[in-house]
Design a protein around this ligand. Structure first.
Ligand SMILES: *[C@@H]1O[C@H](CO)[C@@H](O)[C@H](O)[C@H]1NC(C)=O
Ligand SMILES: *[C@@H]1O[C@H](CO)[C@@H](O)[C@H](O)[C@H]1NC(C)=O
Ligand SMILES: *[C@@H]1O[C@H](CO)[C@@H](O)[C@H](O)[C@H]1NC(C)=O
Ligand SMILES: *[C@@H]1O[C@H](CO)[C@@H](O)[C@H](O)[C@H]1NC(C)=O
Length: 239
């Protein structure tokens, strides 16, 4: 092997081990978390090729910021979230999260969340205080190149600066319930008949990601909002 080739592999290896894709998200309250898992389980009956397995392989979540971070800088990401947590808590503990309808987009089946000021603020604040630790020069996905202008240029600029095409005015909160390239998700979701609901999130989590936009855990931290009364009241009302 030539020295150039060896150098190339070493660079690739360093690039692979030093970058970690993290998902910074809000978690669902216990009731809505169960509801999302139940919908996902039921969906598997009508869409047996769905590759999202909530509750067993991954966790329901609403992404605030998803990107690759430099591995050595993950402690700085965690510290960044801790530093701004008083602000995140203030906005998050009173933020009513309204789950609406299902949107089928390409292979994804997403339970849409009504965007509002507090969710937008949580995402903006998280991005502003952590993007300095992202992996530089992240790949622009092919689907971005097929978007119409001016959206294409806006998303490319976002990826270059923030490592994500879905921040600021492109933030579209949702809970992913399905990824399926075989079954007709429109027909399957009609059977599941997802109903609107709302909840107060208990926490912000930082977790590892799996395939198809899934989140595996809250491994890098769970930051609890100080809204336990609300969640308890909510649970009591439903029972
Ligand atoms: C995030 O940064 C942008 C650009 O610097 C700024 O306009 C915006 O007010 C910031 N938002 C928050 C919530 O920090
Ligand atoms: C990122 O890409 C730009 C333009 O291609 C280049 O100038 C810069 O050196 C790259 N930065 C890193 C850290 O690779
Ligand atoms: C899925 O089913 C719906 C309703 O029958 C139909 O309108 C749509 O074209 C189908 N989608 C695909 C990708 O076949
Ligand atoms: C956050 O809340 C969870 C669930 O209620 C609890 O298990 C955990 O101990 C809390 N963490 C902190 C740091 O308070």
């Amino acid at each position: 092997m030539s020295h150039k080739l060896i150098a190339f592999f070493v660079i690739c290896l360093v690039a692979i081990v030093s970058s970690v894709e993290l998902d910074i998200h809000i978690n669902l309250d216990p009731t809505t978390n169960e509801v999302a898992i139940d919908y996902n389980n039921l969906l598997h009956k009508y869409a047996p090729n769905d590759q999202v397995f909530l509750g067993s392989k991954s966790i329901p979540h609403i992404t605030l910021y998803l990107t690759d971070f430099v591995q050595e800088q993950i402690p700085l990401v965690q510290n960044g979230i801790s530093q701004i947590f008083p602000l995140l808590n203030q906005a998050g503990k009173n933020c009513l999260v309204q789950m609406t309808t299902i949107d089928i987009s390409a292979q994804y089946g997403m339970w849409l969340v009504q965007n509002n000021q507090c969710l937008q603020y949580l995402s903006d604040l998280v991005v502003n205080n952590t993007f300095q630790y992202i992996t530089p020069n992240q790949t622009i996905p092919d689907w971005v190149y097929s978007l119409p202008e001016p959206l294409r240029d806006e998303k490319i600029a976002m990826i270059k600066k923030y490592g994500s095409p879905n921040v600021f005015d492109q933030f579209q909160p949702h809970v992913t319930l399905a990824w399926d390239e075989i079954d007709n998700l429109t027909i399957a979701f009609n059977q599941v008949d997802v109903q609107p609901t709302s909840f107060y999130s208990p926490s912000i989590g930082i977790g590892n990601t799996g395939p198809y936009g899934t989140v595996l855990d809250n491994y890098y931290g769970t930051f609890n909002f100080s809204n336990n009364n609300k969640n308890n009241n909510n649970k009591r009302r439903i029972k």
